[in-house]
Design a protein around this ligand. Structure first.
Ligand SMILES: [Ca+2]
Ligand SMILES: [Ca+2]
Length: 186
């Protein structure tokens, strides 16, 4: 009897988790970053835009989900089935916790523009039309171990391919993709 109750409870739990996990979600629970994607008209002037100053005016996302990392190559395609192939904006929100107190250098490979803010510091400000390369931008910031810093990042795609990849390095090591274990959104 007790086993049967446990079985029913487990089934219910799976149902509930499945229901609250958004479509396209790559991360569960508090893991990963909250991601919101918005469509824009093809005439939009991206390089002159600064959505972080008017984020409250952004309405009706084409996709709301969680991504475990900032590590995607959408090629010529879209982020979600209701989203444009070109002219879209991706907003990442959450927290970053690093394992050791260090100066972290962040590297980006993005197409097109990208901006990364950690706490109050704008670490990467690379808001322009471009193709992805090694590296489109790199910048260092000192972070304290196990402290939860707010993280907000933005990517826009203006045409052709779309890429958003965030790497880090400490002490001159080869850059690695920022691991999912550093990100959370609650
Ligand atoms: Ca595209
Ligand atoms: Ca592009």
């Amino acid at each position: 009897m007790r086993l049967r109750v446990a079985g029913v409870f487990a089934a219910l739990l799976i149902l509930v988790v499945g229901f609250i996990t958004p479509q396209n979600a790559e991360a569960r629970g508090r893991r990963g970053l909250l991601v919101t994607v918005y469509n824009f008209p093809s005439t939009y002037d991206w390089e002159e835009s600064s959505p972080w100053t008017r984020s409250r005016s952004l309405r009706r996302p084409c996709l709301t989900t969680t991504f475990s990392q900032i590590f995607h190559d959408w090629d010529e395609g879209s982020v979600g089935r209701r989203c444009n192939d070109d002219d879209f904006l991706v907003r990442y929100q959450g927290f970053i916790r690093v394992p050791t107190t260090e100066t972290y250098t962040f590297y980006t490979s993005t197409d097109d523009g990208f901006r990364l803010q950690i706490g109050r510091s704008v670490v990467i400000d690379d808001w322009e039309d471009q193709e992805d390369e090694e590296w489109n931008a790199e910048e260092g910031i000192s972070l304290v171990a196990n402290r939860g810093y707010t993280l907000e990042a933005w990517l826009y795609e203006n045409g052709g391919g779309a890429v958003a990849e965030l790497y880090y390095s400490v002490g001159g090591d080869e850059p690695s993709v920022v691991p999912s274990s550093w990100f959370s959104h609650r």
